[in-house]
Every structure is written in structure tokens, then in C-alpha cells.
Ligand binder design. Structure first.
Ligand SMILES: *[C@@H]1O[C@H](CO)[C@@H](O)[C@H](O)[C@H]1NC(C)=O
Ligand SMILES: *[C@@H]1O[C@H](CO)[C@@H](O)[C@H](O)[C@H]1NC(C)=O
Ligand SMILES: [Cu+2]
Length: 670
């Protein structure tokens, strides 16, 4: 029997209904879809900016709903409580920076403001590509290449933000271009054309300054290539294939942008500047039955990378990889098997190109259950007569991974959710060092400070830092939280009441205002906690999470220009009062910024932070002294930190977890 055809009238009746339902369906925190991006940039184009010839989009993203509005929607999801869906746009038109807020459903500009302060928005890909191409047709540069005996066909150029070095006048939008050689290799960063710096005016898209200061031999190509196809025997160590098998399938569920796994539920968003945005992370409490809120919103806020060579070609290399280059825009497509395990699921991201059209970033998130055969807890008990008790549980966690490739470097950012209630944020560095060409071929020839390590003949790996700062709006069992330092202090036993002469104890200190919550890690021992002062466990401890890290802080002097721009990098931990617009540690406009906006400036207001909505900021910092193994491409260097429940649960939440079924040992007789 043929299926009954649907009456045309019925279709027209059904259609509006479906549209209404699907318009509620996206989660209010979902990133803008490609069609929303087009709609938003279209609205901006046809509004007051439309008359401009030079309209370019530098940022288009979700203007997330106000927190109270979102919470009341989530408590009672309906059309009536759905907060308005808005986009925040930063566009340049007629050499002015506009901040535009657009209502997506109404297709209307809600507000438009011209930004008058210092600093410029994130650079677009397109303008960097155009600027990089300029030297190739610039006669003095062509002469410089000829003078070095090299061929133009091998030259590729890259862009470097100019920074700010105390100039009183506001400089125009500019970028520096430096060039490299490929030839027999694709590893251009190991073959710099040292000594040449080109300055490009980005508004005029023209070279405004050219300098060929010194000629240094171009390092050789041999040994720099990292492609498998270019390697010759003897080959490196080769493991047998390893695979994670999930006989019952994946244990997680992706519903739009919501992910549920084991005892966790959270939302994964994408932002052109931040990359991964984790929201509404909540953990199930087996004893209480309910999902309890942990992290309202968390994302990478900035990556500050100052190099330590003060010479003409290097002093300005003090990058802000999120604010200047866009950590989301630079996300790489991931491959199962090498970037992520084969059991991973993948998700895409979208951002607006300079012309406002959506650009797809394919497979930039991978989500997978990590299992490495480790125990999550174990114990062997020998003290019980006539019994040997051994109990162990396997550790499985859920990872959301993104890799951002900002020029030479690759940053692997993992958000790992553990059944114990911990969230581990992994920050790993790989990719290629920025090499400085040098005449030296042996460390014995070097007599002065060359600001780096000779990693191969004619290449210095220059000293530098990576300060990766995270925004962590913890809402531990609710929004009103406090920041507590559990300081460990030595106590002397002076009265002879014990054979001991000393012990340590814990002295707790609740931060009253923002000034009390600027912490340099390692300056004194103890734990740092975000507590809910209004919620207690049964035995009366305040529920909380603590942050476990260990991380470098900036060593530049306070009066150094890059340090003024990244003044927050002197302390690894800050706590601020929640303010929706305070998201970017180095300020909203970072290119050529002057440090007049950002985390340290907000903290100077010294707002009260006790028993209120607070944001924790954590910087995972690395001092990077290069070593020879970092050449020609560095093995992954991993760091990060953990947000760990601390009196949050009544007891170890994994005790009632069943062990994996015992294994049949193929080669054992017993
Ligand atoms: C803006 O609109 C005009 C006219 O419709 C169009 O020609 C132009 O390409 C648009 N520009 C952008 C940046 O979208
Ligand atoms: C929120 O932060 C912005 C940027 O720092 C500031 O201009 C504004 O006054 C703040 N709002 C409140 C209510 O503190
Ligand atoms: Cu490094």
C-alpha cells in the first residue's frame, strides 16, 4: 500500500508550528549558526555602516544572555522566559571601531557605539594574508633576497603584531612582516631571513617602513622537515597500534551543544576569540540525586607570549594570541588516531570572515572518553586476618579538546571531566620554535648573551614565556561564593608540652575585596578555594572547589611596555566580582593596547568579593628555555591545573562505582 499523501493544507498548518518549536530549540548559549552570522553581519552592513566602503568585521559572537535571565529560563524553559538572542559585533568602518549589538530574531541593531580609546580589535585573517604578500612585490625586499643569494620563489612571509612601546601618540593600525625560506623544507620557522623588518600600514595596506639591518646566513634546510614522507631511515621508535575499544558504544551523548556523560552535564560553545567555551557544568550528586552547579562559564581568556631578545628584529615579539590573533579563529581540524583517539566524536565551529560571511572550521572539537588503564582509586588491605582485600576502580574521564595553531605554535587545550568531580584543564604546547638565525655553529663560539639556546647550527631558539589565562566563573552550588586561602603555617611548640618542636596548621582567610585575592603561587603554602558560604555538608564544612596548579609568573619589570599591557601576568590567581562585560584579561582591544583595560585594572576597583558572584582567573604559565629536542619541531610539553571538589561531596563519590568486569588473563595459568 502506498503511503497516504499529506494534504497540502496540513503541511501549511504544520510548518509554522515546526518553526516555532525549532526557534526555541537552540540553547541560549549556543554559538551563532552560519545563517545567524550572515543575518547579523547583513544587519550591520545595511545599518549606519552600510554607507562605508571599508566595512570589515573583526569579531562576531554571541552576546550571552544576562545571568539572572538565563538562570530563570533554565528553571522554567518556555518561550516566555527565553532571553533575547543577541550578537556582539566589532567592526571597522571609515577607520573607526564600532561596537554593535544586534538582536538576531528582530534583525535590528540594539546599540552602536564608536570606541574612542587605545588599542584595536583582533586582526582579520584576510588583512594578514594581504600584508604578508606585500614584500614579495617590493623592490627593496627583492634586492635584499638577491643580496643573500636566495630565490624569491622560496620566500614566504608572516605577520607579527607591533605591540606598544611607550609612544605617546596613538599609532595607526600596523603590523610587522618578516620573511622566511622554504626551499627543500616546509619548516620555514627554522629558516628566517634575519635582519629584515617590514612595517605595513593596515588601513592603507601599504609598506610604510623597510629595514634591512644585517645579513645573517640563512640556516640550512636539511634536517628541518617533519613530514613523514620526507624522513629517511633509520626511523624513530614505532609503537604497535593501540586502540580504545568501547564494546557497548560511547558513554556520552551530544545533544546540540549539550553534553552528558557519567555524572556530568555541560554546554560546549565556540568563540572566535576564546575557542572552547564551557558553560553550566554541573555534576550529579549520587546521594542527593540532583545536578549541582560547578562552573557557570569557563574559557581561555588570553595567551601572552613575550620573547626575551631585546634586539631590533625581536623586541616587539610580545604576542597576545587570543586578543590579537583569535584563539578560536586559529583552531585546527583534528584527526582521529593522532590528534584524538579513534573513539572520539567531532564538532565544528563557525566565525565571521572580514566580509561578514560565515567560515566553517571543520572538526575542531573532539570529544572522547579517555581510558589509559589507570586506577581512579585502589587499596590492598593485609591487616584483616585470613583475608587479602584488594579493591580498585578504573579511571575513565571525558575530554573536550581543541587545538589552536597560532603561526608556529600549536596549543592543545583540554577540558577533562572526571567522575570524582574534578575538572582538569590541560594546556600543552607543541609546534615549532621561533628560530633566530645566527652565524654561530657551536656553543663554544658564543661569548655574549644570545637570548636563547643554540639548537642546531645557525639557529638560536629564543627564550620566551607562555602565559595562558583562563576565565573561570565558578558557581559552586549557586552564584554567591567566597574565595578562601587556606594558609599553611608553621607553629612552634615552645612550652615543652610535646616532644615535637614544631608542626603546621591551617589558618583560613576569606578574601573581602579584590585586593585580597591577587595570589602569586608558591609565595606561601596552602590551598586556594572557592566556597559557598551558604551551603554546608552534613558535618558542617562549607561546600567548595579548590584550584590545584603550579605555574610560572612573568619576570619582566613592571615598567616594561609588554608587562604594562599584561600586568595581570605577575600573579597567577585573581578573583573579581562578576561583571558580564569583563571577559578578556588583557582588555577588549589588545592590538597596540596600553594596559588601560583588563584584569589588573578591574581589580584596582577593589570591589567586595565575599559571598557574592565571583570570577576566578588562573594563569598557566611556562618559562620556555628551548632545548635541542625542540628542534625541528617540539614534542608536546604539558601543563595545566585542576578544579577539585573540596568538601563538596559528603564522601568519595566513586566508592559506589562498580569495578570493570575482571579480565581473562590470556597467558596466566592461575
Ligand atoms: C554590504 O552591502 C553592500 C550592498 O548590499 C554589498 O555590496 C557589500 O558587499 C556588503 N558588504 C559587506 C562587508 O557585507
Ligand atoms: C562592568 O565592567 C565594565 C568594564 O570594566 C565597566 O565599564 C562597568 O562600569 C562595570 N559595571 C558595573 C556595574 O560595575
Ligand atoms: Cu615555547
Amino acid at each position: 500500500m502506498a503511503p497516504k499523501s499529506v494534504h497540502p493544507l496540513l503541511i501549511s498548518l504544520l510548518l509554522p508550528l515546526c518553526l516555532t518549536l525549532s526557534s526555541i530549540n537552540p540553547h541560549p548559549l549556543d554559538p551563532l549558526t552560519p545563517s545567524e552570522i550572515s543575518a547579523v553581519t547583513g544587519v550591520v552592513n545595511s545599518s549606519l555602516l552600510g554607507s562605508s566602503k571599508s566595512l570589515s568585521f573583526h569579531y562576531v559572537g554571541l552576546d550571552e544572555p544576562d545571568k539572572p535571565a538565563l538562570y530563570s529560563y533554565l528553571a522554567n524553559p518556555s518561550r516566555a522566559t527565553l532571553p533575547p538572542r543577541r550578537a556582539f559585533v566589532i567592526a571597522r568602518a571609515d577607520q573607526q571601531t564600532h561596537e554593535v549589538c544586534v538582536d538576531i530574531a528582530d534583525r535590528k541593531v540594539v546599540s552602536d557605539r564608536v570606541y574612542q580609546g587605545f588599542g584595536y580589535p583582533t586582526l582579520t585573517f584576510e588583512e594578514q594574508v594581504e600584508a604578508s604578500a606585500l614584500p614579495l612585490n617590493y623592490t627593496p625586499f627583492v634586492e635584499s633576497v638577491k643580496k643573500r643569494g636566495e630565490q624569491m620563489k622560496d620566500v614566504v612571509c608572516g605577520t607579527f603584531s607591533v605591540g606598544w612601546f611607550g609612544e605617546a601618540e596613538q599609532g595607526g593600525r600596523a603590523i610587522k612582516v618578516q620573511c622566511f625560506l622554504t626551499g627543500e623544507t616546509v619548516n620555514l620557522y627554522m629558516r628566517p631571513l634575519e635582519g629584515i623588518t617590514v612595517v605595513v600600514d593596515l588601513e592603507a595596506m601599504a609598506i610604510v617602513k623597510y629595514e634591512d639591518r644585517l645579513v645573517v646566513p640563512v640556516p640550512k634546510a636539511a634536517g628541518t622537515d617533519y613530514r613523514a614522507s620526507k624522513q629517511k631511515p633509520p626511523f624513530g621508535p614505532q609503537p604497535k597500534p593501540v586502540m580504545v575499544v568501547q564494546p557497548e558504544g560511547k558513554g556520552f551523548e551530544i545533544d546540540g551543544h549539550m553534553i552528558r556523560w557519567a555524572n556530568w552535564a555541560f554546554h560546549v560553545g565556540f568563540d572566535a576569540r576564546a575557542g572552547t567555551v564551557i558553560s553550566l557544568a554541573s555534576v550529579q550528586d549520587t546521594k542527593r540525586g540532583a545536578l549541582r552547579s560547578v562552573l557557570y562559564r569557563g574559557f581561555l581568556s588570553e595567551v601572552f607570549v613575550p620573547y626575551m631578545d631585546p634586539s631590533e628584529e625581536w623586541y616587539f615579539k610580545t604576542f597576545f594570541d587570543a586578543g590579537e590573533f583569535g584563539f578560536g579563529m586559529t583552531a585546527s581540524s583534528l584527526q582521529p588516531g593522532n590528534d584524538c583517539p579513534k573513539n572520539a566524536a567531532f564538532m565544528d565551529g563557525y566565525f565571521a570572515g572580514r566580509d561578514g560571511q560565515p567560515i566553517e572550521l571543520h572538526n575542531i572539537f573532539c570529544v572522547f572518553e579517555r581510558y589509559a588503564g589507570d586506577p581512579s582509586w585502589r587499596h590492598t588491605e593485609l591487616a584483616v586476618p585470613n583475608e587479602v582485600i584488594t579493591e580498585a576502580r578504573g579511571e575513565v574521564s571525558l575530554v573536550v579538546r581543541m587545538v589552536s595553531t597560532v603561526g608556529n605554535y600549536d596549543y592543545v587545550i583540554d577540558w577533562e571531566f572526571k567522575m570524582s568531580g574534578s575538572i582538569k584543564i590541560g594546556v600543552s604546547l607543541t609546534g615549532i620554535l621561533e628560530g633566530k638565525a645566527t652565524p654561530y655553529t657551536h656553543a663554544d663560539q658564543i661569548t655574549a648573551d644570545e637570548h636563547g639556546t643554540l639548537i642546531v647550527e645557525n639557529i638560536i631558539g629564543v627564550y620566551h614565556d607562555h602565559f595562558v589565562t583562563f576565565y573561570l566563573d565558578l558557581d559552586v552550588d549557586g552564584s554567591d561564593n567566597s574565595f578562601v586561602k587556606a594558609n599553611i603555617e608553621t607553629v612552634k611548640v615552645a612550652d615543652g608540652s610535646s616532644p615535637r618542636k614544631s608542626y603546621w596548621t591551617v589558618v583560613r582567610e576569606t578574601a573581602k575585596t579584590e585586593a585580597d585575592a591577587r595570589v602569586e603561587l608558591g609565595s606561601s603554602p596552602g590551598d586556594l578555594l572557592v566556597l559557598n558560604p551558604n551551603k554546608k555538608t552534613k558535618v558542617g564544612n562549607n561546600v567548595g572547589y579548590r584550584i590545584i596548579g603550579g605555574s610560572a609568573a612573568s619576570l619582566l619589570t613592571d615598567d616594561d611596555w609588554p608587562q604594562i599591557r599584561a600586568s595581570y601576568s605577575k600573579k597567577q590567581v585573581w578573583v573579581t566580582a562578576y561583571n558580564k562585560s569583563e571577559k578578556w584579561a588583557s582588555g577588549l582591544y589588545v592590538d597596540e593596547s596600553r594596559g588601560d583595560d583588563g584584569l589588573a585594572v578591574w581589580s584596582q576597583r577593589n570591589r567586595p568579593i565575599e559571598n557574592t558572584d565571583i570570577v576566578l582567573w588562573y594563569t598557566a604559565g611556562f618559562h620556555h628555555i628551548p632545548y635541542q629536542e625542540d628542534y625541528p619541531l617540539m614534542p608536546m610539553l604539558s601543563g595545566g591545573f585542576e578544579l577539585r571538589p573540596s568538601n563538596f561531596f559528603e564522601s568519595n563519590p566513586l566508592i559506589r562505582t562498580k569495578p570493570f568486569a575482571s579480565t581473562h588473563w590470556p597467558n596466566c595459568t592461575k
